[in-house]
Structure formats: C-alpha cells, structure tokens
Design a protein around this ligand. Sequence first.
Ligand SMILES: Cc1cc2nc3c(=O)[nH]c(=O)nc-3n(C[C@H](O)[C@H](O)[C@H](O)COP(=O)(O)O)c2cc1C
Length: 474
Amino acid sequence: MTRHDRPLILSLFEMGSVVHLSPGTWTHPEDRRHGVDSLSFWRELGGILEQGRFDQLFLADVVGAYDSAEDGLRSPVSQGYQIPALDPLILLGALAESTDHLGLAATFSTTYEPPFAFARRLATLDALSEGRIAWNVVTSYLKNAAQNFGLPDQVQHDTRYEIADEFLDVVYKLLLGSWDSDAVLGDTQTRTWADPDKVRYIDHKGRHFSVRGPHLVAPSPQRLPVIFQAGSSLTGMAFAGRHAEVVFLGGNSPEAIRANVETIKSHAAASGRDPDQLRFLAAAQVIVAPTEEQAHAKAAEIDRCRSDWAALQKNGRIPGLERYPHEELVADIIRRRDPGHEILIRGWREGQRVKDLRGSAGAGGRARNGLRVVGTGAQAADALTHWAHESGLDGFNIGNQISFGTIRDFVELVVPVLQRRGLARTEYTPGQTLRERLLGAGPGPHSTHPSSRYLDPSNLKLPAAPFGARLTPA
Ligand SMILES: Cc1cc2nc3c(=O)[nH]c(=O)nc-3n(C[C@H](O)[C@H](O)[C@H](O)COP(=O)(O)O)c2cc1C
C-alpha cells in the first residue's frame, strides 16, 4: 500500500470561539455558534466527528486579541473574531469525557507560560482520554498576547523558536525521563505505590527554564501526546523537522505544499529522524450537497454571510484597508506597517492587490490557505485525493464554514465516498492511541524522535536543549 492508498487523516480545524476562520458566517440562519460556550455544542460536534470516523478535532488558540493601534478592540470584539475564546485544554478535558475515539488536539504556546505546569496538564489529559491527546506547538504572533504576560512587545521571532526548543526539551524530560514506564506498582503487599528508584528529578537548567522535577503525573498511555506544529517560516520548518510528528501546512497549491513537505522532511532527516514518521495536513474548505448546483447555491449563501472586515484585518495589521489605494499590493502594505511579520506577508497571494480583496473576502479572496472545494461528495473526494497525491499530504484539516452544517455534510456525503474507495476508515480500533492511529507504530514516540532519548535517564544529564545550533550558549 503506498502512502496515498491508505486512509486520509481527517481532522476538523476548530476553535472555542464564535469565529475561527470564517468571519461572519455565524450570521447564517442555520449556524449554531451562539452555543459555542456550551458543553452541548461540543458534545454534538464530537458525536458528528465520531460518526464520520474522524481522526481528530484540532483546536486553534490565541492568548491575546487582534487589537490594533487604530481602533483598539472595537473590530475584533464587535465581529467576535477569535474573542471571546475558551481555553482549549479545558475543552479537551470535557471532550475526553463526551467522546470515545476521537483524537483531541489543542494549541498551546511555548512563549509565555513556563513548561512545568503545562506538562502536568498535558499528561493529565492524556491519562483521562486514554491516549488521545495531541499538542499543537505554537510560538504565537500577537503583540497583545505578549502584553498579557508582562512583556512590552512580542519576543523576537527566532528567539521564540529558541525558547520553544528548550520548552519541548523540558516537557520531554518530564514526560519520558522523570518516571520509568514501570514505576507505578500499586503493590498492596509491600505497601509500595511507586518504586522510588524509578522516579527522579530532571534537574533541567537551561537558558530560559530551570525545572527540578519530578514530573507529577504517572506515565500516560502515549507518554508524550502527539506533537503537532504549524510554523511556516524557515525557522519554523526547521523546528518542525526536529520535533513535529504531524505538520499542519499552509499553501495555496499542491506544488507549494509539496515543496514545504520536502523541506521539512529533509530537516527531519538532518536531525537524525526517520522522515517517514512525519505526517502532513493542509487546510481544506469543503462545501458539498447532493448536486453540484445545490452545493454552489449553498456556498454562495455562506459567502454572502461572511464579513470582509475580519478577513482583511487578520492580526489587526491592516485596519482600514479600504482606505489604501486600490492598486497597492497587500503584501507591501503589511511589509511597511510591520516589517518583521513574515507570516502575514506570506499569507497573501503573490500579486494580490487591495482591489482584489474588496467584496471577495468570502470566496477566492479569502481562500488564501489550502484547498476550497464546492461540489458533490464524489467531487470533493476526488479533489482531496488529487491534492493529497500531488502534494505528498497525508490528510486535511477541514474548516467548519457553518456549524454544524458543513461538517455534517462532509460526514454524510464525502466520508462514505472515501470509505468506498478505501481512503477513509470505516471503524475505529478500540483502545488504539492517537499516535498509533496516525503513525501506524507504537503508542510512544518513535525511537528517532528527540524525546525518546530520555527513556534512558542517563541522558537527562546531557546539556540542556541540545537541538539547535543557536542554543549553544553565546
Ligand atoms: C496552518 C497554520 C495554523 C496555525 N494555527 C495557529 C494557532 O492556532 N495559534 C497560534 O498561535 N498560531 C498558529 N499558527 C502560527 C504558527 O504555529 C507559528 O507560531 C507562527 O506561524 C509563527 O511562526 P512562523 O513564522 O514559523 O510561521 C498557525 C500557522 C499555520 C501555518
């Protein structure tokens, strides 16, 4: 079976917020996002995904608002643009209870909060969900987020990745090195709960963190939740090569995605990892109906509900875009306003001008990342398979356009076609951890993943964060 004959990884890209990626669609008459703060919303969504045998629910997150110097909080707050937003880790705890098989991935930033307490929460979730947790490692990009954690401005881009390397090193030490897998005995005869010879301090002393340990949670089913990552800069892709098991890629064409897949795989190989142990996802917007005509009508109605505003002001970097000359390149405007903001500059299509975006944020203008398909279930299945084949992708992170209409349509119309073609699973395997399902190997990290070195506790004495050249003390 080649890589593209095996089932696609199916993931739903979501956020505990009224607006994640589809600004304004909460105004659609069938949309249910008014209930996003309720447990029943997430319980129902989890049920739909398990009915479709989805691999996982993937929760994005930001720890600040998309405010701007020009209009403060007005725009994001009035549009519900990623604010208010629930804490994804707590949401995963609730979802662990209301679902049985679904993988549960939460975004958490390495830039602001130190690693010890987070490692504990992560391991707790992995234990309670019986090994269904993934962590999407981000380094964050909002100035307001930095200000929420006592910093005047964003930490410089590459320094954020340097911190992330060390943060991960601490998490690896705690989750894999601090407790041996057989440390817990629960022996009533000898009255020994855990063998003290198999539990230890980690004594991490690095440039950014000092953590003595021990880790406070006993080894969980996966030991380390599956590591996801979605950085798109050169530094971000090198970081993905070192750490990520599942990479979430941006990109507007299969060719662009393939180039990123190859780059990240070569980084993985260069850091001693087996590149076949990585999986790659891209975003997809899928709007389907029983006939092509109905699908286009549905898409047009959804697009009518979208707000141009929020799409154009993402990151609060280009408020009042409509006031700029219509011939100006969007990338030039961003470059002028925020020279360091490569992620935003790359986000816009080559040559896109202000006039191209006016009134078009919903459709082509906004589809700046990943695939957009409108059609029948079979047409969507064809498009997804074609993209996966052309780009080297293993699956897709599907965006909810309206809740729960578009994902329910996907489950009812696309999944059965993929299943008939052997490209989507028909059943879950009971007791399987998320890592086993995604990577087809054991429940713990692969032997070439940098975390696994700490299964040998003598490696805890290695110099801190020995991953990137930049990390050697100046
Ligand atoms: C497809 C995609 C999804 C992302 N989702 C999030 C997110 O939910 N929260 C977040 O803080 N950053 C998110 N990011 C940002 C990155 O993970 C990363 O922290 C940021 O892009 C800065 O790194 P870079 O310059 O290497 O891209 C996402 C990036 C991409 C490409």
